[in-house]
Design a protein around this ligand. Structure first.
Ligand SMILES: Nc1ncnc2c1ncn2[C@@H]1O[C@H](COP(=O)(O)OP(=O)(O)OP(=O)(O)O)[C@@H](O)[C@H]1O
Ligand SMILES: [Mg+2]
Length: 399
């Protein structure tokens, strides 16, 4: 389309608002905020670049964006990328993930790009980074791919060269000379670099004065902006010390994740328990039921699952141990029936978990119209539970 400037067409002057968000970006943002706790800088970065992508203003002949996520383990760096995949493609696995630790030796690079014709094993190796793999989740509306390089500080020199090429030119030549185009791809890279320095700073080390309102577990308030800047700076400086200037110059944005606080873990516990409930409702061949956790059961799980050094990493394990495994045993032994409500409780002194059926008949099976899938459970509207608010499909809470 050719655009010709119109003469004499002055319109009314109007102030425009670049902060206004359209419906699509609003939905995207809501989905991310429901899945990610804290980490506002990461969400803001992703929302901005998705908006730029939707407007078609991302740079041509480069990846849509090159992002580096720094910060402590278990703080959500990988989870943010999975949440973006879920928001865009309804599947947290709709991304290609390269664990750089698996490609530490230069010969292992063949697993990523395939070996040249004639080399031993040429036909057997199926490269990870092909165009088909990148485009596999594309739809007519959404031609965007997500590529994640995890733990890039572990990358070998040859992986590093390959990465630099992708970040700069958005292309890669495979072993058999096919070219892969990354211009519709967002490249995420994660590293724990800087996490130790951030932790030292929080603990009052490194010669900085500890702020009066330091980010500690017990502290409910947000830290001061200068403090946030300092944390960003120590992490980025650690990255600059390790990574070459060529690499740092190719990044569009560096996002520094914060260590999760106890109250963040509390919210993540809700998210994770809801996911367990979804798994129970979706489990084929069993009787779906509802469960709820008492405050003392939640405290018990948090006690076992919270370690500031590991962020939310231990939380999932504590949930499996205290909730998922016992519920699986109840299911396997036929002790729970379709539509039961099981209350998970913990003895405040011994910590022993207990499981009590509190109500029954809360769900009814409704058969699905298409295919041969098992019936989907629906809330039985006729069921009554005094003193409780039922929110189906995923939560049952005390009032
Ligand atoms: N901010 C968060 N919001 C929601 N869930 C989170 C968050 N942080 C961590 N989690 C939970 O903890 C799990 C581990 O987090 P994740 O894999 O994203 O950590 P990471 O920062 O990538 O750590 P590492 O540096 O060790 O790879 C996630 O799968 C998720 O269940
Ligand atoms: Mg990770």
């Amino acid at each position: 389309m050719e655009i010709v400037g119109a003469r004499n067409s002055a319109g009314p002057r109007q102030i425009l608002d670049p902060n206004r968000r359209g419906d699509e970006i609003g939905r995207f943002e809501d989905t991310l905020r429901r899945k990610i706790v804290g980490q506002p800088a990461a969400l803001e970065a992703i929302i901005e670049l998705y908006q730029t992508f939707l407007a078609g203003l991302h740079p041509p002949s480069r990846p849509i964006a090159n992002l580096l996520f720094l910060g402590p383990t278990g703080s959500g760096k990988t989870r943010v990328v999975e949440a973006m995949a879920e928001a865009l493609f309804h599947d947290p696995r709709a991304l290609i993930k390269v664990d750089c630790g698996e490609f530490q030796h230069s010969h292992e690079i063949a697993k990523l790009i395939g070996s040249p014709p004639g080399y031993l094993g040429h036909r057997e190796t199926h490269p990870v980074l092909t165009q088909e793999a990148l485009n596999q989740w594309h739809t007519d509306r959404m031609r965007l791919s997500l590529l994640l390089f995890d733990e890039i500080e572990k990358a070998s020199d040859s992986l590093w060269q390959l990465l630099l090429g992708i970040l700069d030119k958005a292309t890669l030549t495979l072993g058999d000379n096919r070219r892969v185009d990354f211009s519709q791809t967002i490249i995420f890279m994660t590293s724990n670099l800087g996490a130790a320095e951030m932790n030292n700073l929080i603990q009052g080390g490194l010669g900085f004065t500890r702020p009066r309102r330091a980010i500690q577990d017990s502290d409910q308030e947000e830290a001061a902006p200068q403090w946030e800047d300092k944390l960003d700076r120590v992490a980025v400086d650690a990255a600059r010390r390790k990574f070459s200037p060529e690499f740092m110059n190719r990044l569009d944005r560096v996002v520094v994740f914060r260590a999760l606080r106890r109250q963040d873990l509390d919210s993540i516990l809700d998210l994770e328990l809801n996911l367990v409930q979804q798994r129970i409702l979706a489990a084929a061949g069993s009787a779906p039921f509802l469960f709820s956790c008492s405050p003392s059961a939640r405290s018990r799980i948090l006690e076992q699952g919270y370690d500031p050094k590991y962020g939310a990493r231990h939380l999932k394990r504590a949930i499996e141990r205290n909730v998922v495994f016992p519920l699986a045993k109840l299911m396997a032994t036929g002790q729970v029936k379709l539509g039961d409500l099981v209350r998970v409780d913990a003895d405040p002194h011994s910590g022993a978990m207990s499981f009590v059926r509190e109500a029954e008949g809360l769900l009814i099976p409704v058969s699905r119209e298409i295919g041969h899938e098992p019936p989907a459970p629906q809330l039985n509207r006729a069921a009554r539970m005094p003193g409780r608010r039922l929110e189906f499909p995923f939560s049952v809470e005390s009032k």
